[in-house]
Design a protein around this ligand. Structure first.
Ligand SMILES: [Zn+2]
Length: 196
């Protein structure tokens, strides 16, 4: 039996079930030995908090492949719409827009570290904004894709590890990058830290 975290929910799966998710066997085996939340633990309580643990380590580029049908079972309706159907939460509605606490912003779907409070700035646009992704060992967990869905060219940003939609990046941010990563709060899970 294996435990995986989906947002704040910890689910247990048989190896047979996991195989149906087309999780790469080498990914699963590797992560089981390296991370605390993909483990043989039977402690349900570890999944029900703003966790300081992440099921994946930043800088690793293995992809988690889970079907929409399965995500839908583990994410609430709003989060499923934003994260898996490329939706956008209403401006100024997200819980992290005004958050000024020190910490990391992890993927709400898979726990990958995406941004830190050090790069968050007040853009006034109504969504949490960052001038750069969080980098560990020279790598980040953000992938950029062209998006022409509204008839204009934009750059979508997704989680590199689970393909979750995060938001878009625009070239109107502050120094040092000049970029504004405009991210849905629903795509994020904040992990408070005393210092970074
Ligand atoms: Zn993710």
């Amino acid at each position: 039996m294996i435990a995986l975290r989906f947002g704040n929910t910890l689910r247990k799966f048989s190896t047979f079930t996991l195989n149906r998710y087309t999780l790469k066997s080498n990914l699963l085996v590797g992560k089981m030995s390296e991370n605390r939340e993909i483990s043989t633990s039977s402690d349900e309580s570890t999944g029900n908090k703003e966790s300081s643990n992440t099921p994946y380590k930043a800088g690793r580029s293995q992809r988690l492949q889970i079907t929409d049908n399965e995500w839908e079972k583990h994410l609430d309706e709003e989060r499923f719409y934003v994260c898996r159907k490329k939706g956008t939460e209403l401006p100024f509605s997200g819980k992290y827009t005004e958050n000024k606490s020190t910490g990391l912003y992890n993927c709400a779907c898979c726990g990958a570290i995406l941004f830190s409070s050090q790069s968050k700035f007040d853009s006034g646009c109504g969504w949490p904004s960052f001038f750069q992704p969080h980098v560990v060992d020279g790598e980040n967990n953000i992938q950029e894709n062209d998006d022409t869905s509204l008839g204009v060219k934009r750059t979508e940003v997704i989680c590199k590890q689970c393909d979750s939609h995060l938001g878009h990046v625009f070239p109107d941010g502050p120094p040092p990058t000049g970029l504004r990563y405009c991210i849905n709060s629903l795509s994020l899970q904040f992990e408070a830290k005393d210092k970074l």
